[in-house]
Design a protein around this ligand. Sequence first.
Ligand SMILES: [Zn+2]
Length: 82
Amino acid sequence: MPRSFCTKCQQPADFITIRQAVDLTGVSRSTMYYWMKKGWIHWTVMPSGRRLICRDSLFQAPRSLTDVLVEASEVLSRYKAS
Ligand SMILES: [Zn+2]
């Protein structure tokens, strides 16, 4: 687990992969990307192009009604597709 300075936290933080973040929070991968897009969690791009997530920010992310609705619409679209 690489530890580097998080510019958003303004302090050193543990950075984990998206996969690890998904396992840790139990949300879907697309919700994780949604949080990233919204800027609710901190993330950084490695020189290799790999994105890593600030572990601390995961526990500050709001689990709002919007998330539930996003999850619900995904489940629904999957249901319709099958
Ligand atoms: Zn951070």
